[in-house]
Design a protein around this ligand. Structure first.
Ligand code: URA
Length: 424
């Protein structure tokens, strides 16, 4: 087999065979295929697409390029949740513990493998890593022990899971080939299948801050993810949710931990973030067989929060990972930014939109995310939103607080580019 022929065939619009796709994934993982040939094939896939069989074959080949986690030692159903990438999305920190306490009696546990932030979007691993002492990478034995004893475990995906995806993702990132439905599907589902859960709720984001900018593309991605999951015997449900403005009030790692704790303590009951947490947790309980329908599931979620059980579960998990659980009771123990800068509204009016991509990039530049993989994070950095789209504001009113190392990092006009008023 020759890579040249695969590239030529895909460029000409032909479907690739299972063997051809397997040859490519193996060659990516063992380093025998040069990056320029993989990049050319990625670009051809972006233009010509892949049919369902090809997408399934690529998913399988990438899953099998590394270690497959075996969760069969843990009785019952193991459920995971995955978001396609958002700004201010800290749902995992809330719904993991919630689903664990609601699912316990039905034998449902919440087994989550998470990633670092990607570009302007945040990652659960970075948020958890902001808790002092926290270890975010558990060994397989520790993961299983945590899942059995607490009902919730979250670990960073280790480098030996889907190495073909890690290499291809890095190439896609520099060759403008990320936004392809079959490539995103294979990338996400190969990792989810390798991580061993039986059931998965997918939060497919749609909007300015998401890979899928509109509902039609988000639906196509959702259908593709569900088809590939089901083809591998996984129970999968996908929701499409908006990612036009950041979720909740916080962007940035320690700030997002604080907001998650507030939700687990019953605050922000009407926020977009809390509503999304309820929706996702309810779907997890239904898909995992712990609730008959989403109305019943929502009541279970409310009770887990109101009784404080969900918060206790998060603290137990943090302690298991050697993190300072006391920091969840006292946020002053979490990393704090050296400086705070407020950004005021340049005019009076009603806010039409707050662009999550612009705010995500701004927060990344403050140190909440990485411009390149080797960048160090500032765990206290980020943005607090004091307003949301639809709010009426007066000229001079504080819209955002930026948390940073150095005040010179804050260019108010950059963040204000993400704000539109009704009469703009
Ligand atoms: N997240 C992934 O893991 N892969 C993609 O391709 C996009 C989002």
């Amino acid at each position: 087999m020759r890579m040249y022929d695969l590239i030529y065939a895909k460029k000409s619009g032909q479907a690739l065979s299972f063997d051809a796709i397997d040859y490519w994934a193996k060659g990516v993982a063992d380093g025998s295929i040069p990056d320029e040939q993989s990049a050319a094939l990625l670009m051809a896939i972006c233009w010509q697409g892949m049919n369902t069989e090809e997408t399934i074959a690529l998913t399988l080949a990438m899953r099998d390029s590394g270690r497959i986690v075996d969760l069969s030692d843990v009785p019952g159903t193991k459920i995971d949740k995955h978001s396609t990438g958002g700004v201010g999305d800290k749902t995992t920190l809330v719904i993991g513990p919630v689903a664990a306490c609601c699912g316990k009696d039905a034998g449902l546990s919440c087994a989550m493998f998470s990633g670092h932030g990607l570009g302007h979007t945040g990652g659960t691993v970075d948020k958890l890593a902001s808790i002092p002492g926290m270890r975010t990478e558990l060994s397989e034995t520790e993961f299983l022990e945590c899942l059995k004893s607490i009902g919730f475990a979250n670990s960073a995906q280790t480098r030996d899971i889907c190495p073909a995806d890690r290499k291809l993702y890095a190439l896609r990132d520099i060759s403008a080939t990320v936004e392809s439905i079959p490539l995103i599907t294979a990338s996400i589902m190969s990792k989810k299948l390798a991580c061993g859960a039986d059931a998965l709720v997918l939060d497919v984001k749609s909007g300015s801050g998401a890979f899928m900018k509109n509902q039609t593309d988000a639906q196509k991605l959702a259908d593709s993810l569900v088809a590939v999951g089901k083809a591998h015997g996984m129970k999968v449900k996908a929701l499409i949710t908006p990612m036009d403005e950041p979720l909740g009030w916080a962007i940035g790692n320690a700030l997002e931990v604080m907001e998650s704790v507030e939700i687990l303590n019953g605050r922000h009951a009407d926020s977009d973030l809390t509503k999304l947490c309820f929706r996702l947790a309810a779907e997890m309980l239904v898909l995992g067989g712990a609730a008959t329908d989403t109305d019943v599931a929502r009541k279970m979620v409310s009770s887990a929060i109101e009784s404080g059980r969900a918060f206790e579960t998060l603290k137990k998990f943090v302690s298991f990972c050697d993190g300072d659980a006391e920091a969840l009771n006292d946020p002053r123990r979490l990393p704090q930014a050296r400086e705070q800068v407020t950004i005021a509204s340049p005019q009076s009016g009603t806010l039409k939109s707050i662009d999550s991509r612009v705010l995500g990039v701004f927060a990344m530049n403050l140190g909440a995310g990485r411009k390149k993989q080797s960048d160090a994070l500032d765990p206290g950095a980020g943005i607090r939103l004091h307003v949301k789209a639809g709010d009426r504001v007066e000229r001079g009113q504080t819209l955002f607080t930026a948390y940073c190392r150095d005040k010179s990092m804050v260019m108010a006009k950059e963040i204000l580019m993400g704000v539109k008023f009704e009469d703009d």
